[in-house]
Design a protein around this ligand. Structure first.
Ligand code: FAD
Length: 294
């Protein structure tokens, strides 16, 4: 098995990509087109998300298993604790191992339907992601990642407490963390500094979404929990009614953000692809992260 952390131990920066499990035959074809188009660019790993409450459990298992068995890529399966007993969580981790998946992103998840609704733990389940990290670790030689939040998790009172909880997940046994979307490099770098100030040097990967449409910008606002900064608004707002110009400006913005992060020494960039490859390949190409033989 290849562990994600081993793929991050290189002398040059790498990139990874995130997909969601396909809902039907058409989206399965789209996903596999993207997988095959990205495969020659040698991403460090490919991650597949897990639906709220296990709604996509079988599709996540099937897709990561196919990636393990039918491609040269290193798969990582997400796992959430929502609505699952410990026995069910053990079962899912067992299935991951059975299909050849040994990298797991352990996240707590949100209440289905309302991410900010009251969190009610399953009576025989977990309350925090750190417990999921310990559980996955106890079940075999898994490489485990966790979620990090540059602006703090929406339920956290303040950034210091939020960072303490992130450090708690890493000390529980996580090997690395992936940061939620953010707008400016400094927002991510401050999180990295907070971790370093607590003596934590686990790899922290920035999450990057190619801003190809107004919808991807809105999605970034929703997921990050932050508003669009004025400097970015000035660059993108004039193109809101011109999809081609918006895409060109958005790709420029994301390339510049990525360049700054690489200049600051990040080990890898984690791209949210929305199951398409064109924009990610464009940014990777501009950054010179693709192998030269391609
Ligand atoms: P936790 O780390 O448990 O944190 C939840 C809240 O509790 C935070 O406010 C935290 O500060 C606080 N907290 C943590 N530990 C303690 C403690 N010991 N005591 C008191 N408070 C504590 N969701 C999905 O449904 N499927 C996915 O596939 C998925 N993938 C994701 C990938 C990434 C990279 C990211 C950033 C998020 C992902 N999410 C996914 C979303 C995630 O499930 C939500 O953001 C969720 O609200 C928090 O998950 P967590 O693992 O950070 O939880």
């Amino acid at each position: 098995m290849t562990a994600v952390v081993d793929r991050l131990r290189t002398d040059r920066p790498v990139f990874s990509v995130e997909f969601f499990p396909p809902r039907d035959d058409a989206s399965e074809r789209q996903l596999w087109r993207a997988v095959r188009e990205l495969e020659p660019l040698d991403p460090a790993f490919v991650s597949i998300t897990y639906g709220a409450g296990g709604s996509s459990r079988d599709r996540t298992i099937r897709t990561t298993g196919r990636i393990a068995q039918e491609t040269t890529l290193v798969p990582m399966a997400h796992l959430t604790g929502v609505n699952h007993s410990l026995a069910e969580l053990r079962n899912v981790v067992g299935w991951y191992a059975a299909v050849g998946v040994h990298n797991v992103l352990a996240v707590r998840g949100d209440p289905p339907g309302d991410p900010l609704g009251e969190w009610v733990a399953h009576p025989e389940g977990i309350t925090y992601a750190s417990e999921l990290v310990r559980l996955v670790r106890s079940l075999g030689p898994f490489c485990v990642g966790v979620a990090a939040f540059p602006y703090g998790h929406p339920r956290s009172g303040d950034l210091d407490t939020d960072t303490d909880h992130l450090v708690g997940k890493i000390r529980a046994g996580a090997d690395f963390a992936i940061a939620q979307l953010f707008f400016e490099a400094d927002d991510f770098l401050r999180l990295r500094d907070r971790l370093a100030s607590r003596g934590c040097d686990a790899p922290l990967l920035p999450g990057v979404m190619p801003l190809t449409t107004v919808r991807t910008l809105d999605k970034t606002v929703e997921l990050s929990g932050a508003g669009v900064p004025p400097s970015l608004e000035r660059r993108l707002a004039p193109h809101r009614d011109d999809p081609k110009a918006f895409r060109a400006a958005g790709i420029d913005v994301v390339t510049e953000l990525s360049e700054r992060l690489l200049a600051e020494g990040v080990r890898g960039l984690h791209f949210y692809t929305l199951n398409r490859s064109t924009a990610t390949r464009e940014v990777i190409g501009r950054l010179g992260l693709a192998p030269t033989r391609v």
